[in-house]
Design a protein around this ligand. Sequence first.
Ligand code: AKG
Ligand code: FE2
Length: 337
Amino acid sequence: MTITTRPFTKIELDALTDLSEELAGHFDSCESEEFANAVGQAALMLPLSLRQLAYDFRIGKEKRIILLQGMAIDEATLMPTPDSWDHAWREPRILKLEIRHALVASLFGDIFGWHTQENGRFFRHVIPHPKDEAEQLGSGSSVDLEWHNEEAFHPARADSIALMCYRNLEQAVTTVCTASSLKLSDEAVKILRQPRFVIVPDKSHRPDFNKSSQWQLSAEDFQRIEKMLTQPDPQPVLTGPSDDPFLRIDPAFMYAIDPEAEQALKEIKAEVDSKLVDVVLQPGEFLVIDNLRSVHGRRRYKPQYGAQKRWMRRVNIAVDLAKGGQNIWVGSRRRFL
Ligand SMILES: O=C(O)CCC(=O)C(=O)O
Ligand SMILES: [Fe+2]
């Protein structure tokens, strides 16, 4: 499996800078539908070379995971890493970085957030927290963050996600693997294509992990999640063309409903483990991941808690905000339930 590693050209970097300056003149935060619509329009003005790369990602088979390099972040002037994911939504010190992230992400589709995950925030902070060390969360660290599709449990999960690295002095390793690189027995494929697997909502969509000093969700907001937890529909792990399948899997939050299915799940888990590719993201780099046809995770690491601890950002991307009718919009068409 290969990752498409690609440095930005000078022309591309200049365009990202110019457009982010311009948008920063009109918006003081990236966290609004108005901003998201405006950045979607602005991304159409990015150089053709970037739009062609995004096009290949969307329709081609080769470029399912793209690493974009060469956009420097000046460590000397970057603000301290916030202490947790619950950082202010409006943060002037990183606004232009967030806008660049939004521009890059918008090449690949439309950005959106989840109502039950940080109240619909688009640009999540992925920051280690001592309290969550052993959790299967972005804020974990002492255990491997098991590879997964983002929101594997949800029928309207993102088509792709865009990670942007702000800081990674710890050199923590992000892992990726595409479905088309897997070699599985015919028997396992047959079973994995049947609805014999249950995936429940991960912890980031639960009330306990959505306690913020800035906003409050009510028990009512979590009703759909609650239903997905208590009455989950068994699903297949593999769907679509056999030479380029879709993959829906999140081992930490799933189980097989019978021993045969369990065996098949074991086989695919071992196969993904053996094909995982490591990426150590550096400041200013973007990793765009096809979330329907690949998985990603992160190996355990030791955070340097303090002002320079690891700091990643992540945003969801949909090619179709209507998601074929699988999602429910809350207030805005970029806030999925
Ligand atoms: O920390 C990383 O490198 C990846 C974390 C992750 O899985 C995510 O943010 O979705
Ligand atoms: Fe993830």
